[in-house]
Design a protein around this ligand. Sequence first.
Ligand SMILES: [Zn+2]
Length: 424
Amino acid sequence: MLFNYWIGQLRLLIIDIARGTNIRKQLAYLRREQYFNSNEIKKIQKERLDRIFALAQTNTDYYRNYKSYEELPILTKDLVRKNEDGLKNKNFKKKLFKKGTSGSTGTPLVYYTTQLAQSFMWAGLLLSWEVTKFVVGDRIAFISGSAIIKSSTQHNIFYKLLNIKCYSTFTLNDENIQHYIDDIKKRKTKLIYGYATALDKMATYINNKMPEITFPHLKGIVSSAEVLTEENRKNIETAFKTNVYNQYGCNEAGISAFECEHKKMHLISTRSWYETDKENNLISTDLANEGFIMLRYFTGDKVLFSKENVCKCKRNYPIIDNVIGRSYDFVVDMNKKVLHAAFFNILFRNDPTVKQFQVTFNKNTIKICLNVDNTKSLCEYDIYLNAIKKHLHFEKYEMIFNTPFLTAENAKHRYVIDETNLAG
Ligand SMILES: [Zn+2]
C-alpha cells in the first residue's frame, strides 16, 4: 500500500516537472487544510481576497478605479469577452494558459489561467477522488465529452501518468456501453469519473442486461459536470455496486467542491470568494488566478448553501446543500412565466419508470421527451401532462417517448432546450 502511495507521488512529481505545476504540494496542503478550524479557513480566504483585489487595483486596467470589492460590478461572460486585455495582470511574468469553457450556455468563453490555479484545480479534484480511498496511480476511467476530456498530446501524456483511460460519451449506444463495461472490468479500473447522465445510462444498461456483473477492483465513482439526482445516484450505485460521490467545479471562478464519506458537499473555500444573489446564482472569484483576474464572476450556476457547518467527517469547509443547475435550465411560457428544470425533476422523481427527461419549448409549443422503461402504458403518463398544463401555458403540449435526446456539443445532458429564437 505504502509502496503504491510513493509511486503515486512520483507520478505527480513527473507531472509537476513536465507542466510547471505544483499539484503534489497543493494536494498535500489541502489534505491538511480541510481539517483546519473554520475561522482559520476564513482567515486564509480573506487574506487571499485582499491580495488579489490589491493586485487587480494596481495591475489591471479594468479594476484600476475601484476602491472596494463590494462596489465591483458582477462580471458576466460578455464583460470578460469585451475586456480580455483589461483583466490581465500587467505585471504577471509567468505563463498564462488559454482556456475555454464548454459553452453549454451558448457562446464559449475564453479566459486565461495560471500554473498555480491549475495546480489548485487538479489538487481539488484529486482530493475529491481520495474520498473513495483512491491513490494516485490507481487506474481511472473518464466517461465524458469535451468538458473533461482534452485531446492534445500534452494531455495524453498527462492522462498516461495519472493512469486515466478516456471513454467518450459522444456515441453512447448499447454496443459502446457493452464495450466500455467490458474494458473497465478487464482493466481492473479502481475509479470511475464522469458525467452523471452518461454514468446513469451505463448503469441502466447494466441493471437491465447484466445486473449480476461485479467490479471487484472498483473503489468508487465520482460524478461531475452535471446535476446528479438522487435517482441517478441510486441507479449508478446499484449497477456498479459501489458508492457514488458528487463533485462540482467551476474552474474559472475558483469553485471546487466534493462530497465526503457522509455525502455532504464541501466547498474548498480558500480558493474562492463566493456569494449567491437572491436567485441563488453563484458569483465567485478565483483567488488562485493572479494572471487573469476575474472578480465577482457570474458562474451561471444556481447553488444552495447549507446553514449547517459541521459534518461528521470533521472537514470544516462550508457545505453546499444543492447544486440546482445551470441558470439557463428554464422554461418560459406564453405568459412569460418562468419555471426551472428542477420542477420537472421533482415531477418525475418518484416514478421509477421515467429514466430521463428533456423539455423543448418555443413560443407556442412545449415538448416533453421521456425516456421510459415500457413497463407502464403510455397513457398513464398523461397525469404529468396535466400537471404541466396547470403550471405552464402553451398552445400545444406534446409528449414523446424514447427518442434520442438532443445533447450539447460537449455531450452533456440538457434538461431544457429553448427554441424560441429558432422559431422566430
Ligand atoms: Zn463531510
